[in-house]
Write a protein that binds this ligand. Structure first.
Ligand code: GLC
Length: 474
């Protein structure tokens, strides 16, 4: 049985020797999966690699965080420079950053969704770029990079896209189905949590970066910063008011009047009590709380999405008592969220009929599989860092909550140690996540990098738990 040290060494060498790719002689990011080159090739075992040889922006989030911790900031800077270089500068989608890119005949070629399966557009990738830029600048102190025109112009262009007029006046960002890590239809259109949380992070990061402009902040830039911060503030209020639920908020929602019209209404989205699912009672318990998956007229999405919730804690959208309720909820639902492999991407899965209607019979997303309630080891470190950050900053953390969360995360660490035997699979299927995902890639980069990060953030003495700290809001 290999020791954890051996496993970590294997994961590191997969990253540095196999996954990172060069452009013009310098590392610029990691491919999504290295299955073809890394694993023992057995005939017929691998699917065609499709686009997994591309550098996906979202898959590189853990990679860039790890590289910062591993003192390789220059790779992060090159990666960010490529994203800036590939930002769209014309057309209706002027300002978006790529979903992914690759090198073809000596040139970087970007995909904005025009080549992706189902033509999905990764709104999350564009939102991550300014957040990662802020994390890089904050971690390295490289203000010279932050103040250069290439970044400052790109941020303004992106802000133009976010702040542009739209039909509905609300603080969020409306997106089509499959616009984030869940990049296939799963009834996650409209205002899904992960996008709103990333929008908040992006707005705050952009404001922080614009303040670093070399020429000094003029009145026009001041106006932009104020617009970004005010939008972020409204968005946070909106999320806490409409997405945050506890047993208490649900009980009052059950008593709300419906069919109200006008300015002063309590049930703004005209939600009928019958839409509140029965499983919520046990899921929330007395002390649990979380942000629901989506808010929309008459039909809130009560599913629990792990990444959006962890990020809401990390970006400080949730207050400390709310973070405690979230951690409590995750601990008490260990059986569903962890099972045999952490961490379930969302819960509960869409049932068979819902799956038929909302995914269009997508065989990858059958109930309990892939995005539809599958287990993704790459998500574990987000929970670990959210816990470490809470532990470091909470004014009155409950010792019981701390020790139970610590215990569950240790259990997760033991489960993650199966990953090398499972060839670092992308995701796991089945009611408890025991089975390697039916169409999972082997040697998936964010699986082995997530393993390295889970190790880092599970150590009691781990550093950089505040790596996602956003710039001051005033
Ligand atoms: C799948 C995942 C997506 C990921 C991509 C590359 O499409 O759904 O989240 O970015 O693979 O790994």
């Amino acid at each position: 049985m290999p020791t954890p040290e051996n496993l970590l060494a294997t994961a590191r060498s997969l990253l540095y020797d196999k996954a990172l790719v060069r452009y013009q002689g310098q590392f610029v990011g990691a491919v999504a999966a290295v299955s073809k080159q890394a694993g023992p090739k057995e005939a017929g075992q691998f699917h065609d690699d499709l686009n997994y040889g591309e550098v996906f922006v979202r898959d590189n989030v853990p990679v860039m965080i790890y590289l910062l911790l591993d003192r390789r900031p220059e790779i992060v800077r090159h990666f960010l420079n490529c994203c800036l270089q590939l930002q769209k500068t014309a057309g209706r989608s002027r300002g978006v950053f790529p979903n992914s890119f690759c090198e073809q005949q000596g040139q970087l070629v970007a995909d904005y969704g025009q080549r992706a399966i189902g033509r999905v557009c990764a709104f999350d990738a564009s939102l991550w770029v300014p957040i990662l830029a802020w994390v890089y600048v904050q971690h390295t102190g490289d203000r010279a990079w932050a103040s250069q025109p290439a970044l400052q112009t790109a941020l303004r262009r992106f802000l133009d896209l976010i702040l542009q007029p739209q039909f509905r006046d609300g603080p969020g960002l409306e997106v089509p189905d499959g616009a984030f890590m869940i990049d296939r239809p799963l009834d996650v259109w409209g205002s899904p949590l992960e996008i709103q949380v990333l929008l908040y992070g992006a707005l705050r990061s952009i404001a922080g970066l614009l303040r670093l402009e070399a020429a000094g902040v003029d009145a026009a830039t001041d106006g932009l910063i104020a617009a970004a911060l005010s939008r972020a503030q409204h968005l946070r209020q909106h999320l806490l008011r409409h997405y945050w639920i506890t047993s208490r908020t649900i009980q009052s929602a059950r008593q709300q009047p419906t069919e109200q019209y006008g300015d002063r209404v309590t049930n703004e989205y005209n939600v009928y009590a019958q839409t509140i699912p029965g499983w919520l009672q046990d899921w929330l318990g007395d002390r649990g709380g979380y942000l629901i998956g989506n808010v929309r007229t008459g039909r809130p999405d009560f599913r629990f999405f792990s990444l959006g919730n962890c990020l809401a804690a990390l970006f400080g959208i949730l207050t400390q008592p709310q973070q405690a309720s979230l951690l409590q909820l995750m601990v008490q639902n260990q059986a569903a969220l962890v099972g045999q492999m952490p961490l379930r991407i969302c819960h509960p899965p869409l049932s068979k009929t819902e799956w038929q209607i909302f995914t269009g019979f997508d065989p990858k997303n059958r109930p309990g599989c892939y995005h539809n309630g599958g287990h993704w080891p790459c998500l574990t470190w987000f929970w670990a860092i959210a816990f470490r950050r809470y532990q470091a900053e909470a004014k009155s953390a409950s010792p019981l909550l701390e020790s139970s969360c610590q215990q569950v995360l240790q259990d997760c660490w033991h489960l993650l140690q199966q990953l090398p035997q499972q060839r670092w699979a992308e995701y796991f299927d089945g009611p408890t996540g025991r089975w390697v995902g039916q169409q999972a890639r082997a040697y998936q980069t964010w699986t082995f990098v997530g393993f390295l990060l889970a190790d880092h953030f599970l150590q009691p003495e781990s550093t950089a738990a505040d790596i996602f700290r956003l710039p001051a809001s005033a």
